[in-house]
Design a protein around this ligand. Structure first.
Ligand SMILES: Cc1cc2nc3c(=O)[nH]c(=O)nc-3n(C[C@H](O)[C@H](O)[C@H](O)COP(=O)(O)OP(=O)(O)OC[C@H]3O[C@@H](n4cnc5c(N)ncnc54)[C@H](O)[C@@H]3O)c2cc1C
Length: 290
């Protein structure tokens, strides 16, 4: 449980961090909260020659509103998000998702950017990001780009980030009136990671018709995904229990559910159908009073 020898730097600017990444390529790893990277290093599953600690770069953990977007710095810790008064008012789903992560120690150090970049197939943030239609600002030495959450998660522990880029900000659209969102998961008892987790975000019109819906699923398969087929079965319709249940049943169509020591594939598929229906119902209830 002792990592291999590595060099360590703690740059004070993003440009310095980017330069170090560019100079060292795959031999370098950014350190954010360290709650995924350090266990991997101790198990020698990751052996970076250089660890670039980005915690001393000012401004990377701010949470603010800019026009119709909530902007969350990638270095914001889970606890900062859980306890943000701006987010409690404008997007309680983010606070609820943060609260569902691990334990107090994990939430005190772990960051949203580290979690998204690490892309564990059972992590909680990706589900919320997908449901809310979040976008990610990615900074490289030469340019910045913005990637849709739906295009970010490419596979297990694999994202659209290049090894020389840093995820710097997350943009979440401010929800209009009659919107509601919820995140539900069955946690694995030891760590809190999702055996299956479903985030649902719904906007209703004045007549109670579902105008917009986003569903983000985690834990079910090798990567988090947006459940477009289920969304399409509900968009433009007045939601009722029967309709929701039959739409939720499609969540496993074309999916190869994970099977591991925590849950058999059949059980995960069953959980996914149940949690999808429950999350849609709960989000719709919130939207009716939102
Ligand atoms: C006991 C335990 C329980 C946990 N339970 C849960 C849980 O219930 N749900 C859950 O979702 N997660 C859980 N986690 C994971 C936790 O949320 C981690 O904090 C998170 O996965 C990684 O965030 P970090 O800031 O610690 O990143 P680090 O470990 O520092 O980094 C992770 C990876 O991302 C890269 N990286 C970090 N920041 C950036 C960036 N800004 N741009 C580009 N690359 C970057 C690093 O180089 C590294 O490869 C748990 C972890 C532990 C140890």
């Amino acid at each position: 449980m002792i990592p291999a020898v590595f060099d360590y730097i703690a740059p004070r600017t993003i440009q310095e961090a980017l330069r170090a990444l560019a100079d060292n390529g795959d031999d370098a790893k950014l350190l954010a909260g360290g709650h995924s990277l350090l266990p991997l290093m101790k198990l020698r599953l990751a052996n970076p020659k250089l660890v670039i600690d980005v915690r001393k770069i000012p401004g990377l953990n701010e949470i603010r509103q800019e026009k119709d977007s909530l902007v969350i710095g990638a270095m914001a810790t889970h606890y900062q998000i859980e306890s943000s008064s701006l987010l409690k008012k404008s997007c309680p789903l983010l606070c609820e998702t943060a609260r569902a992560i691990g334990d107090v120690q994990v939430r005190n150090l772990g960051t949203i950017g580290g979690s998204l970049a690490h892309a564990d197939p059972a992590a909680d943030w990706p589900a919320a990001m997908l449901a809310l239609g979040a976008e990610f600002k990615i900074t490289g030495t030469k340019a910045e780009r913005v990637v849709q959450s739906g295009d970010f998660f490419l596979g297990p522990m694999t994202t659209a980030l290049e090894p020389t880029e840093i995820l710097t900000e997350i943009y979440v659209p401010v929800a209009p009136r009659r919107s509601g969102a919820v995140y539900l998961k069955l946690p694995q008892q030891a760590s809190g990671f999702a055996i299956v987790g479903v985030a649902a975000s719904i906007r209703l019109n004045a007549k109670g018709v579902c105008e917009e819906i986003g569903l983000g699923i985690t834990g079910l398969t090798d990567r988090p995904f947006r459940a477009r087929e289920v969304e399409n079965s509900l968009r433009g319709k007045k939601l009722n229990a029967k309709l929701i249940e039959s739409a939720a049943a499609k969540i496993t169509d074309g999916i190869d559910p994970l099977e591991d020591l925590h849950a058999a594939a059949d059980y995960r598929a069953h959980l996914a159908r149940i949690y999808t229906a429950r999350a849609i119902q709960a989000a719709a209830r919130r939207a009716r009073v939102g």
